[in-house]
Design a protein around this ligand. Structure first.
Ligand SMILES: Cc1cc2nc3c(=O)[nH]c(=O)nc-3n(C[C@H](O)[C@H](O)[C@H](O)COP(=O)(O)OP(=O)(O)OC[C@H]3O[C@@H](n4cnc5c(N)ncnc54)[C@H](O)[C@@H]3O)c2cc1C
Length: 261
């Protein structure tokens, strides 16, 4: 284990002040700690943000669900308010990892990490989320930049994620049998103005499938999915699933999600 300086920040201002190009925030530690232990990452300063009260909690208003960055997956899964407003979002949280991961992992840590197979990024895209940071608001479509890459600047802190409440939505995934990360996950959300179909696990970064979204915006029926061609050319191919298999899964899950809405 590499050595580092541990800091426990009392508020966002202090956390931000302590940050540098050689630091990491500690939310649940579900990625940060194993990365340090395995020698995949090393930091001079690790800044614990778990004790910052303003970063945790769930607020539901008429049009949106706002979730504080250090809110744990289990809290989203169990929240009666989230279940009522966006049932697919609490179901997604319930399907993350195992009880240990859900009791430590946080929504802010998940989206800051932007693992190509993580579940929450698809919810952010499908539910037109706005990422509130300590310096600005970022639309989800502009937040997820590439593999493990986001629009966050060095030291910028996610404070909350605000999801628009859709008319209908559903998330389908094929979980990795060991970790439960999505080998492919498809989140369909029907808003008043349009439908979003966000896909995770299939490519190097979560994306909104424009063709599926357009077809379902014109006619919200699983039969609309049949006419859409899903190219496998940029899809991941590994021991779990070939690119062609993943492309087929996107279509199958898009249909299933529409039928389950
Ligand atoms: C065994 C296992 C199984 C898993 N299965 C799944 C799964 O099925 N689906 C899924 O989606 N995920 C899964 N995960 C990921 C998990 O859910 C966590 O969300 C993820 O590991 C991030 O952990 P964390 O929230 O504890 O953040 P940390 O590990 O504390 O931090 C991760 C990164 O985010 C940064 N960060 C944290 N909070 C903030 C913030 N507020 N602002 C800015 N940057 C921040 C940190 O600097 C660090 O770089 C799994 C993880 C494990 C270990």
């Amino acid at each position: 284990m590499k050595t580092f300086n541990y800091h426990s920040a009392k508020d966002v201002k202090e956390a931000s002040k302590l940050s540098s190009s050689n630091s990491a925030y500690l939310a649940g530690g579900m990625t940060t700690i194993p990365s340090i232990k395995l020698g995949l990452a090393s930091y001079r300063d690790v800044i614990d943000i778990k004790g910052i009260k303003s970063l945790s909690g769930i607020k539901v208003s008429g049009k949106s669900v706002k979730i504080g960055a250090t809110t744990k997956h289990v809290e989203v899964a169990k929240s009666k308010d989230v279940k009522k407003a966006i049932p697919s979002l609490s179901a997604l949280a319930e399907g993350i990892g195992d009880p240990q991961v859900r009791n430590r992992g946080t929504i802010g840590g998940s989206i800051a990490n932007n693992d190509p197979s993580a579940d929450y990024p698809s919810a952010c895209i499908a539910l037109n989320a706005v990422i509130h940071t300590n310096s600005r608001k970022i639309e989800a479509e502009k937040f997820f930049k590439g593999m493990f890459e986001t629009a966050l600047k060095s030291g910028e802190i996610i404070e909350a994620i605000e999801f628009s409440i859709p008319q209908k939505s559903n998330y389908q995934k094929y979980p990795n049998p060991a970790s439960r990360y999505a080998i492919v996950g498809v989140y369909v959300a029907k808003h008043k103005s349009a439908v979003n179909v966000a896909v995770t696990g299939a490519k190097s970064c979560v994306y909104n499938d424009k063709d599926l979204s357009k077809a379902l915006s014109n006619n919200f029926s699983s039969s609309s999915v049949d006419a859409v061609r899903i190219s496998s050319s940029e899809m991941n191919s590994d021991v779990h699933a070939s690119a062609e298999y993943r492309a087929n899964m996107v279509k199958v899950f898009a249909k299933k999600a529409v039928e389950a809405c």
